[in-house]
Design a protein around this ligand. Structure first.
Ligand code: ZN
Length: 218
């Protein structure tokens, strides 16, 4: 890879040819080549690039009718492979889902019923249904928001968020629809050390077949 941080052209070049970084998490997961901290370096300068070509991974393609080898993501306009007009999103989502997914709102802590969800299963995007997190990666962070130490491979896009002065953060979006999910921080547990702090309103939980009808509190 010949990418270097700091210039738009190099960032575009980096994204355009599927680099080894964390930007699209095509290889995310606690595997031997998992190097989460490189994300900060690669994305820390802030991205003004608008078009990102993202290869379709085998997991990301699940449930997708797309057959093209890559899709174009418009980060600036929050448009992914699944795209609707703003008005269409308003109609498809609940007001709370719309505020979070399409307007980057943050739900009030301790308000999501998914905080207490413990059954085996998968958390999907409330906007497009794309699988995002497995229950096995969920943990109790004590923050009041559903928290995970890793997303499913290729499920999310991570984008610099400088909306809070003095507190640069990394926004986490659903890769397929670019809906806002939350943020990722470096204070998570093993094996990744990452905390994916998610809005429950941006997620829908699908329990595994055979999981108990009601959520156990064990
Ligand atoms: Zn989505």
């Amino acid at each position: 890879m010949n990418y270097s941080v700091g210039t738009r052209s190099s960032m575009r070049s980096f994204f355009g040819q599927r680099g080894p970084g964390r930007a699209v998490h095509t290889n995310a997961g606690p595997g031997p080549d998992y190097r989460p901290l490189t994300r900060r370096i690669l994305l820390g300068a802030g991205i003004t690039t608008t078009l990102v070509s993202v290869p379709m991974g085998p997991v990301a393609a699940e449930g997708s009718e797309a057959t093209s080898p890559s899709v174009v993501i418009d980060i600036e306009h929050r448009q992914g492979e699944v795209r609707f007009s703003d008005e269409e999103w308003r109609q498809r989502l609940s007001p709370e889902q719309y505020r979070v997914l399409r307007r980057e709102a943050t739900e009030r802590r301790w308000t999501s019923p998914l905080n207490d969800e413990k059954r085996p299963g998968v958390f999907k995007c409330a906007g497009c249904g794309s699988p995002l997190f497995n229950m096995s990666a969920k943990y109790e962070s004590g923050t009041g928001w559903p928290s995970f130490y890793a997303p499913l491979p290729g499920a999310v896009t991570e984008v610099p968020d400088n909306s809070l002065m003095f507190m640069p953060r990394t926004e986490v979006r659903c890769r397929r629809c670019q809906g806002h999910l939350g943020h990722v921080f470096d204070d998570g547990p093993a094996p990744t050390g990452l905390r994916y702090c998610m809005n429950g309103a941006a997620l829908q939980f699908n329990p595994s077949p055979g999981a108990a009808e009601t959520n156990g509190s064990a």
